[in-house]
Design a protein around this ligand. Sequence first.
Ligand code: A3P
Length: 298
Amino acid sequence: MASKKRPCRPEMFDFEGISMTNFFTDNWEKVKNFQSRPDDILIATYPKAGTTWVSYILDLLYFSNDDPECQTSQPIYMRIPFLESCFQEFSTVTGTEMADSLTTTPRLIKTHLPVQLVPKSFWDQNSRIVYVARNAKDNAVSYFHFDRMNMVQPEPGDFNHFLQKFMKGKNVFGPWFDHVSGWWEKKQTYSNLLYLFYEDLVEDTGREVERLCSFLGVSTSVEEREKITKMVQFDDMKQNKMINHETIPFMDFKISPFMRKGKVGDWKGHFTVAQNEQFDEVYKQKMKNTTLKFRTEI
Ligand code: A3P
């Protein structure tokens, strides 16, 4: 990510039934044929659901003792490749190339792909997957601010415009509704998948770190877990230049920081009463066939 060139905002188009931009489809043959390994850990999320948070927790759980230097000198997006990314204007390496060149074990790999587009080898290798989901209203608000400040995302327009698009599922990586419920259904048959909620992480980070350790079979001392839990608090992550994304050239922090609020219920300051009623109606309809339940406040 060396170049400081400011990009044009991309167009969205339909890709396998999902709204996408070229940054996530240009390398598709390599993504589709990506060779996973049995000990890989895939961190899967809809954008803005807490990807960086869980990525950092896993990074600390696996590598803080081995290579503390690395955590203070290398941004998280270099340590945890974003599988489908292909930002040719800014980086000479694609997400798949970065993943292929990782020498650490396990490899931690991030994706925003809906479950049906995940490369087949992850299922064949029975790789472990951590999925994080966040309630739709806060997820939408966070995504709106992200699209405002991230110049490689489509222009969001005003909040109402963005929200109408969100309800129709016309965001990069497709409908939130199908993403969270598709991965939820997968969990019913694929046992190597841990489904976490952003709201649970906010409520009790230590408990969720423990849950992660037990799913991954990582044994850490209570002291170590407490240390990690402290390091991944919002204010600490916001100050950490290797985590807070301020080194990314196409994000404009004057518009909004990447680590913005980190709250459950922030949507209440964004939705009008009418927008909230409309959203609840759409939500009821779109989520009527799933057992998945979210908390919009804690
Ligand atoms: P907000 O925009 O609501 O603040 P992702 O990493 O998937 O892009 O998600 C980013 C969202 O997760 C942002 O939400 C960010 O502030 C929030 N986040 C990241 N780390 C967090 C933490 N330690 N505690 C609470 N929220 C966190």
